[in-house]
Write a protein that binds this ligand. Structure first.
Ligand code: ADP
Ligand code: MG
Length: 368
């Protein structure tokens, strides 16, 4: 098959934070921002990668030489990792030319890495006629990021980029990967969801992620369950009584209450009560700030300043320690909310945040 063009979006997570490595629930939706790949098959076994977002020329790698641990520690590890993961799973993928262009902000917690992986997988799936299902491509992309790139991420980002649909948030059970498309049509209700990219990333974030993950695993082990997903909201008080370490207890409390919040948001959205999710977003932020302890002053300021200006709800989203927050607001209140956030950041002498409105967009697709 000759050349084609494919696109895969970034994502924002509406609710369900740090639940994806606890076998729990997440609810991302796709952003209108995409990574676009123009790609063609080549039969000389070479993978030629070029990105408009990165300076310099194309990078050429031999497909047969791709091995985890021998990555270049550069952006090319993401697409090269996808080729490796496909081949390692027994799919006959050879060489290809890839040119990437992206409007997904990188490193802002909006999953530019998954967009890059998923667009690569989708293109190779067509170019080499692999016939893979979306969820399967997402799994292989996660494997590329975990094993080849070396980043211990859950399954949410890749599934969101591959499987979201326009006008919906994706309810994903990260244990069995079952999915439900939940209507999330903001415009019809006169609402907007703002993404506020704080443009900060505090340096220690990777180590802190590992600590949270280990703490959650320790909690599950002490409670005798496979994962914290297995503790129901009703059983939480009893479970907390059995955890002696206060830090581990707080981590478990966040995960169990967060899974419950996802279910509450789903039931409100399914009955068209979008306004009602505002307070749940606020509770989610408080839980991430006080129990999971992964917020930072910039994220807290987005939440506090937007709520003070009349936003319906706000919370940090993504891994934490920087990145982005989301704010749910009436269209009529949006200018006041935006102004309040910008003024608060200026008063605190923080970097000017990037604020944009996010409409639930389609997942990955072939453009031509
Ligand atoms: P996030 O996924 O939140 O944006 P990550 O740290 O997971 O942040 O991934 C960002 C990295 O992904 C970048 O540093 C870069 O290596 C790579 N990347 C993402 N998009 C592109 C792109 N269009 N071109 C080149 N590299 C990209
Ligand atoms: Mg990422």
């Amino acid at each position: 098959m000759s050349e084609g063009v494919w696109a895969a979006p970034g994502r924002v997570n509406l609710i369900g934070e740090h639940t994806d490595y606890n076998d729990g629930f997440v609810m991302p939706f796709a952003l209108p921002h995409t990574t676009v790949a123009t790609a063609a098959r080549r039969d000389d076994g070479l993978l030629r990668l070029h990105s408009a977002s990165v300076g310099g020329g194309a990078v050429e790698l031999r497909v047969a030489d791709l091995t985890p641990g021998h990555g270049t520690r550069s952006w090319t590890d993401y697409p090269a990792g996808v080729v490796w993961a496909l081949r390692d799973a027994g799919h006959e993928v050879g060489g290809a030319d890839f040119h990437f262009e992206s409007t997904v902000p990188t490193g802002a917690g909006l999953s530019s890495s998954a967009a890059l992986e998923v667009v690569t997988a989708l293109a190779l799936n067509d170019l080499y006629e692999l016939g893979l299902e979306r969820w399967r491509m997402a799994r292989l992309c996660q494997r590329a990021e975990n094993v080849y790139v070396g980043a211990p991420t859950g399954i949410m980002d890749q599934t969101a980029s591959a499987c979201c649909t326009a006008g919906h948030a994706l309810h994903l059970d990260t244990r069995d990967l079952s999915q439900r498309q939940i209507p999330f049509d903001l415009a019809a209700l006169g609402l907007e969801l703002l993404v506020v990219d704080t443009r900060v990333k505090h340096a220690h974030s990777d180590g802190e992620y590992g600590k949270r993950r280990a703490g959650c695993e320790a909690a599950a082990a002490q409670l005798g369950v496979a994962a914290l997903r297995d503790i129901s909201y009703e059983a939480l008080p009893q479970a907390l009584g059995r955890l002696t370490d206060p830090e581990i207890r707080a981590l478990a409390k966040h995960i169990v209450t967060e899974n419950h919040r996802v279910e509450r948001v789903v039931s409100h959205l399914e009955s068209g009560e979008v306004h009602a999710i505002g307070p749940i977003l606020n509770e989610g932020h408080a839980s991430l700030r006080d129990d999971f302890r992964i917020s930072c002053p910039e994220l807290d300021l987005v939440v506090d300043s937007s709520l003070a200006a009349g936003a319906l709800g706000a919370r940090m989203t993504g891994g934490g320690f920087g990145g982005s927050a989301i704010v749910l607001t009436d269209v009529s209140t949006k200018p006041t909310v935006t102004k309040s956030v910008l003024e608060a950041f200026a008063a605190a002498s923080y970097r000017v945040p990037r604020i944009f409105s996010a409409t639930p967009a389609p997942g990955a697709t072939r453009l031509s």
